[in-house]
Design a protein around this ligand. Structure first.
Ligand code: ADP
Ligand code: ADP
Length: 234
């Protein structure tokens, strides 16, 4: 089943008469259960592409279809609802709410969707056990290390059972040990929870955990690498 279809996507920026083709005619698909990385040098268009897919930015042309819904034509109000229901987000700087414990950060994502309070704690307890963060989620973000915050952010991203999890440089602010623990968590979500993950990174070690890597250059996909397969597609 196709979870994400990007069709002839373009995003151009006009600045003082000059035109930057940040995303220049990109097409690709992500199937249910895939773990896909997007790699590329600074300025290659990774952030712009991810922002378009996460419906935060609007494409100049082309289509993005997520779980059968064409998001490129949607109004802002429907998009806010769509993001809550269909997408999970993991950011470089964690983005947990500082006034809430880890548990309440995760609970909020479910409460907004109207989940019954009695079920919320049950779901969180089960997931926290699987991720090995049972003690951590009772703390406030400022009492957690970066790696702990990011694993709580993983729990928040998956708890609503989204069609697609979007991760933007998730290891960017972590030391190598915390990064490895986070990558294990993401692998667990992908393998055990069947989460579909699209991750932007410029770090090769991080990308090497993906099942497939798309390489961006000057706003285009110029290479694709499939793990366990050394044939390359142009
Ligand atoms: P990456 O995430 O790979 O570093 P970006 O998507 O941030 O790449 O940027 C791609 C290109 O688009 C770069 O040349 C960048 O300067 C340009 N760009 C990104 N955002 C804007 C913007 N808001 N206005 C003008 N140019 C932009
Ligand atoms: P990354 O760390 O992923 O490479 P950037 O530092 O390129 O991200 O971009 C950070 C933010 O600044 C993005 O939201 C991007 O759209 C914006 N941006 C990047 N380049 C430009 C630019 N030339 N003009 C205006 N905004 C830009």
């Amino acid at each position: 089943r196709t979870v994400l279809r990007v069709e002839n996507l373009e995003k151009f920026y006009k600045n003082k008469g000059s035109l930057t083709k940040a995303v220049n005619h990109i097409s690709f698909e992500v199937q249910q259960g895939e773990y896909v990385g997007i790699m590329g040098a600074s300025g290659s268009g990774k952030t712009t592409l991810l922002n378009c897919i996460s419906t935060i930015d609007h494409a100049t042309a082309g289509h993005i279809i997520i779980n059968g819904k064409n998001v490129t034509g949607m109004k802002e109000r429907s998009l806010a609802k769509f993001r809550r229901e269909e997408l999970g987000f993991i950011f470089q700087d964690f983005n947990l709410l500082d006034t809430l414990t880890g548990r309440d950060n995760i609970a909020l994502a479910l409460a907004i969707l109207g989940e019954k309070p009695a079920l919320i704690d049950k779901k969180i307890d089960a997931l926290a056990a699987e991720l090995g963060i049972k003690e951590i989620i009772e703390k406030y973000p400022y009492e957690m290390s970066g790696g702990q915050q990011q694993r709580v952010a993983c729990a928040r991203a998956i708890i609503t059972d989204p069609s697609l999890i979007l991760a933007d440089e998730p290891t960017g602010a972590l030391d190598s040990r915390s990064a490895e623990m986070l990558l294990n968590s993401l692998e667990m979500l992908n393998e055990k929870k069947k989460a579909t993950i699209l991750m932007v990174t410029h770090d090769a070690f991080t990308a090497s955990h993906c099942g497939r890597i798309l390489f961006l250059k000057d706003g285009k996909i110029f290479n694709e690498l499939i793990r366990g397969d050394d044939t390359r597609k142009e």
